[in-house]
Design a protein around this ligand. Structure first.
Ligand code: KIV
Ligand code: ZN
Length: 390
């Protein structure tokens, strides 16, 4: 078995257009999907899951066109464990420079009841469907849905079958966001150690955020040997969403000292795609969302603003330009202090003496107590009122 080297490359698999679009209400138009796929390709995402071709004519058309227009990225389509789904998926992705078929079936005790198959019958179906996919395409991903609630012995057995049938990537989904970081790592490690042929495939991690642990679980899986992270822009996805692409990529960049893995993503393109995905999906990004939230690079309190003005590293672990943001912001509110007010007044063209600053600071605090945020026009008005009073 090959042990991961220290500077291993982690593949970034984006499923904004498939799992992300499964968020109730997040449906995107054909044109919007093409645009998002192009942005993902341009930012250096390795694999784009463009949709679920059998799901609708619209999904088929979008996946086919994304495949045709793709540049560098592998274009992947999703298919259930049956020949019809797999054939339809292949029809859609085959025009890509680098096509991939992703086929899956639920393997946990609960999910095995859905098609009502015995363990042996399911094992045979996995063998047959992965073999069929591999006869069409040399890049096949297989996922045991609800892997984190599947018995370990059975999981090892079916993963081995999928590898022998020709799967090139084995994705381990935490479909219901149930696992926790240590368990996520242990599961990947266990599979790599126990399954014959594990060293010939890439293990992927696909986490959901039901308990708010999707990013932590994905990173733990990487440390245990997973080399593909499945994620979405802004963490869009079923229920509480998927692992957020921007979080994983920035965590690996900022904490490369303790997680020495590389991605191919140009992080300066993160903010733009985040905003576009928010617009086209109709899912606004929460203000305090890591990396891409409106407040992720905003500092309101006096102590923080003063520290930022002296040295941004006092309160920022990444530079705004690293994620494609022009600059951090120091919004003025009731917690702000003199240093930030002075900097803002200077930026607005006012060169204030100490006594003028003291006067305007009192007026500013009175206003800030009434208003959530004090804007440039408020300060200009305050200066007008102050000069009339004197
Ligand atoms: O969460 C999940 O299990 C999935 C599979 C289809 C991979 O999205
Ligand atoms: Zn999922």
């Amino acid at each position: 078995m090959t042990m991961p080297t220290e500077q291993d490359r982690v593949l970034i698999f984006d499923t904004t257009l498939r799992d992300g679009e499964q968020s109730p209400g997040a449906t995107m138009t054909h044109e919007e999907k093409l645009e998002i796929a192009e942005l993902l390709d341009d930012m250096g995402v390795d694999i784009i899951e463009a949709g679920f071709p059998i799901a609708s004519e619209g999904d088929f058309a979008a996946v086919s066109e994304i495949a045709m227009r793709s540049k560098e990225a592998v274009i992947c389509g999703l298919a259930r464990a049956n020949v019809k789904d797999i054939d339809r998926c292949w029809e859609a992705v085959k025009r890509a420079g680098k096509p991939r078929i992703h086929t899956f079936i639920g393997t946990s005790p609960l999910h095995r009841q859905i098609p009502n198959l015995s363990m042996d019958q399911m094992a045979d179906l996995i063998h047959d469907t992965v073999t069929h996919a591999r006869n069409l395409c040399d890049n096949v991903q297989w996922s045991p849905m609800d892997a984190t609630r599947t018995e370990h012995d059975y999981l090892c057995r079916v993963v081995e079958i999928a590898i022998k049938a020709g799967a090139t990537t084995i994705n381990i989904p935490d479909t219901v966001g149930y696992t926790a970081p240590r368990e996520s790592a242990d599961l990947i490690r266990m599979l790599i150690e126990r399954v014959p042929g594990a060293d010939e495939v890439v293990f992927a991690t696909h986490c959901h955020n039901d308990l708010g642990m999707a990013t932590a679980n994905a990173l733990a899986a990487v440390e245990a040997g997973a080399r593909q992270v499945e994620s979405t822009i802004n963490g869009l996805g079923e229920r509480a969403g998927n692992t957020a692409l921007e979080e994983v990529v920035m965590a690996l960049k900022v904490r490369n000292d303790i997680m020495p893995y590389q991605t191919g993503v140009d992080t300066s393109k993160i903010m733009n795609i985040s905003r576009r995905v928010a617009q086209v999906s109709g899912f606004p990004v929460q203000f305090n969302k890591a990396i891409v939230g409106k407040n992720a690079f905003a500092h309101e309190s006096g102590i923080h603003q003063d520290g930022m003005l002296k040295n941004p590293q006092n309160f920022e672990i990444m530079r705004p330009e690293d994620v494609g943001l022009a600059a951090s912001s120091l919004p003025l509110g009731k917690h702000s202090g003199r240093a930030a007010l002075k900097a803002k007044m200077t930026a607005l063209g006012y060169d204030l003496a100490d006594n003028q600053l003291a006067d305007i600071f009192v007026r500013f605090k009175e206003l800030a107590d009434r208003k959530k945020e004090v804007f440039d026009e408020d300060l200009i008005a305050l200066m007008g009122a102050a000069s009339e009073a004197h």
